[in-house]
Design a protein around this ligand. Structure first.
Ligand code: EPS
Length: 390
């Protein structure tokens, strides 16, 4: 399976086309809308989220609530477009009109794609960069991820995410019964954090950052349960599923790091305290005593839950001045004021779920039969029986 997304942040709409989705998967706009609204919430979001009420239109590949096996087109309209029709117009404009159409950006924000993107594509107006590099694009990735989640839920695979850290405040008490418990409780928290005390401190930190014209980042975790062992492969670098998931996490706007299981902590422990010991039982087949590896051995799932964390940097659009240089005048300046979010870590945890779900769904469809959801289901059942008694 593959997908492509298109659309500018203040353009008319965002579009995604998914190719290779198996047939007879039940899919409605509501399956996707519920995920879109989860992404829009979260303490620390700016004014834009008051304008947008993201709703998907499914324009191809689905008939009477079931996928056909043909490409699926998803469209989310930008409600803000009505304020930007001149600035972001599609038709050519004259030089005089160009003068009238203000909002040209010549002052790159440190940490944003503005400057390098302008140099790369030859733009003198950096709006041409920021419109596409904006995290608005993650709307489409959540829409695509919602389809992947629907496919995975058909196969008994659950994906859940939560926030572990914001602005240096760490969640300490993050125990949960199962992934449904995790999902329900994170939904109650405006920072998607299980530790209520830490959540209060995170909210205060976000408010403080906002008051000071600053922004803060954090750490999100995604857990996936119900996977067969052996998804992915060790035989070639680009078949390794953990590597694909790592790339997917890093591809989320503002993400700077990724780790599985105990992650970087593995560098500090001896091997005997890192490797997960293997056990076998009639009921569960082969499992591991611990899950330090976060569900992967040799680029393949080992049947334990996948545990992956991603680091989000603070959003680069600040009210507080940071030094930069105007590309027209080459003069230094120290103020760039753009509407923005002071923290989007809670929303990013929903995006992280989506991109992880997509990578796993793709690997599963690839491995267990591409065309029909019923055959994929049967193949996984047989595979699991064989693996249990191997
Ligand atoms: C973003 C800037 C803000 C965010 C936006 C990402 O948008 P605007 O410039 O319109 O105020 O709200 O995020 C979204 C629109 C979204 O849907 O998540 C940026 O520069 O990356």
């Amino acid at each position: 399976m593959r997908y492509v997304t298109a659309g500018e942040s203040h353009g008319p709409q965002l579009t995604a086309i998914i190719e290779g989705l198996p047939s007879y998967l039940e899919l409605t706009a509501e399956d996707i809308n519920s995920e879109l609204s989860r992404r829009q919430k979260g303490h620390g979001r700016g004014g834009r989220m008051l304008i947008e009420k993201d709703q998907v239109e499914i324009l191809s590949g689905v008939r009477h609530g079931k996928t056909l096996g043909s490409p699926v087109t998803l469209v989310v309209k930008n409600d803000d477009w009505k304020h930007w029709t001149n600035i972001m117009g599609i038709e050519p404009i004259t030089e005089t009109e160009e003068e009238e159409v203000k909002r040209k950006i010549t002052r790159p924000r440190p940490g944003h794609a503005d400057l390098v993107g302008a140099i790369k594509y030859g733009h003198r107006d950096m709006r041409n960069v920021l419109e596409r590099s904006s995290a608005r694009e993650t709307t489409t990735r959540v829409a695509v991820g919602a389809v992947a989640k629907k496919l995975l839920s058909e196969l008994g695979i659950t994906v859940a995410g939560h926030v572990l850290e914001i602005g240096g405040i760490k969640a300490e008490n993050v125990q949960f019964k199962d992934l449904n418990d995790l999902k329900e409780r994170t939904e109650q928290s405006t920072v998607r954090c299980l530790d209520e005390e830490a959540a209060k401190k995170m909210m205060a930190a976000i408010d403080k950052a906002k008051d000071e014209g600053d922004s803060i980042g954090g750490v999100v975790e995604v857990i996936v349960d119900g996977l067969p062992a052996g998804v992915g492969s060790y035989v070639h670098y680009d078949h390794k599923l953990d590597a694909k998931i790592a790339a997917a996490i890093i591809s989320i706007n503002a993400f700077k790091g990724v780790e599985f299981g105990i992650g970087f902590e593995a560098a500090r422990r001896p091997g005997s305290q890192v490797h997960d010991e293997i056990i076998w039982s009639e009921a569960n087949g082969f499992t591991r005593k611990s899950n330090n590896y976060g569900g992967f051995e040799g680029g393949m799932t080992n049947g334990m839950p996948i545990v992956v964390r991603g680091v989000m940097k603070p959003i680069p659009t600040l009210y507080k001045p940071l030094q930069s240089v105007d590309i027209d005048t080459k003069e230094p300046f120290a103020a760039s004021i753009e509407r923005s979010d002071s923290c989007a870590v809670p929303a990013a945890s929903v995006v992280a779920e989506a991109v992880v779900a997509w990578e796993i769904a793709t690997a599963i469809v690839d491995q267990f039969g591409k065309d029909r959801i019923d055959l994929i289901k049967e193949n996984i059942k047989k595979w699991n029986e064989r693996a249990r008694n191997y």
